[in-house]
Design a protein around this ligand. Sequence first.
Ligand SMILES: Cc1cc2nc3c(=O)[nH]c(=O)nc-3n(C[C@H](O)[C@H](O)[C@H](O)COP(=O)(O)OP(=O)(O)OC[C@H]3O[C@@H](n4cnc5c(N)ncnc54)[C@H](O)[C@@H]3O)c2cc1C
Length: 444
Amino acid sequence: MSINNKRVQVRHLPLDNNINGWSALLPARQASAPLRGQHQADWLVVGAGYAGLAFARRLAENRPQDQVVLIDAGLVGDNASGRNSGFVIDVPHSVGSTVAEHKTANNYKRLLQAGTADLKDLVQRHNIACDWREQGKFQAAVQPELTPAMEAYAKSLETLGVAFQLLDKTALAQRLGTSYYKLGIFSPGCVLLNPAALTRGLAEHLPANVSLYEQTPALRFNFASPSEVQTPYGAIRAKNVVIATNGCAAQLPGFANQLIGLSTYASLTQPLTPEQRQRIGDPQDWGLTPVSAVAGATVRYTHDHRILIRQQVRHTPRATNLALDTSRQVSQHRQLFLARFPELQDVDFEHSWSGLICFTRNGAPKWGEIGEHVYTSVGCNGAGISKQTVAGTTLADLASGVDNPLVADMLALGQPSHLPPRPVLDLGVNAYLLKERWLGRREV
Ligand SMILES: Cc1cc2nc3c(=O)[nH]c(=O)nc-3n(C[C@H](O)[C@H](O)[C@H](O)COP(=O)(O)OP(=O)(O)OC[C@H]3O[C@@H](n4cnc5c(N)ncnc54)[C@H](O)[C@@H]3O)c2cc1C
């Protein structure tokens, strides 16, 4: 279904009704003003997460004569891009076994590494203080035996030519300061950071021909020629429109049966005192992902000595997380924290928050030109710092006709497969999450 000539009213705006712990660590910032009045632009980018920011930056560099307007419903750094666990992922998690799956995994690897390199360049060039730490990543199991999932992960890294170390309980305990994990795989390429600081920094250093308006939700779209988008205090007419709203795009025609909106939750402790750090052996900062992405917990020990727990995935078709939804996760996070660090009973959480993510049925992103002068990069599939960055830059190259071999890698990832309509979809997603929680119950 072509999106051209469609008019759409946006029903659900993204809402995370809680304080993002990463933003809370940063100094107060002056948000850019909401858009007011009637505006014209060559390009309108809707959504200032990694995808929208990367698109706006690259497009503006490719076409310095064009005016780019970037709008976001909320505040920069307070979206999922600023609320995540801060792992800049460098290699895909699974490879599969067929030739086609190996090819896709290698495409992903090239893309993720290009996204990471792009971010590193920007962080260095603009001196973005986001605690960029090239610390690698642990994938660790709670069960002692080499489970099929851990074996498959090790095999995937081997196939992709990624160096890794297999670690037993003792080696893990020395490096992590917890003896909770029995088996781990360490790979060196992942970067750890404060995602709110990164997102803010990327927004602060956009080229001069990009105008950013925060707290400016797109409320109505008219995909005409030019397209028109209405916001609370104004409107924009633009020759080209880019949809970079991740799961919120499910409200637009042609997206609904391809995207699944989910949420996940995180808690961050206060910094450990020097004495508390000694209790866990004073390790270096580290990041760990679980064997089961749905049931398990992502854990970080940050450079400033805080512990992050990210756990629980819920279906969120209306893109809304109320305070109560988050508070329900806090006691579970507390249990997970104390199971790993029983010697830190006196360490409290400072903040617990939610964030919206988006999945597709087959893991393919929704990316490319979806109508005349309409482009999109959504469907992050749970990881987006490097992935949505490279998706944004390659989309800008595609849209401005710049030759970039990574465009072919993006196209080779395919398109999302179709989903049944709601409420059948809701039942299916909830059944899938229940199944994953059950299968992963020993890896919590
Ligand atoms: C708790 C948590 C932990 C995670 N951990 C990691 C991790 O460690 N590593 C990793 O790579 N990824 C992680 N992710 C996923 C990552 O955050 C996402 O993949 C990434 O943010 C997607 O980027 P995006 O630009 O596509 O979308 P988003 O960051 O969601 O940006 C979309 C933007 O669109 C805006 N928007 C929506 N509707 C409208 C509208 N109508 N008008 C205007 N603007 C609108 C939103 O406000 C938002 O700013 C995690 C996510 C969460 C929630």
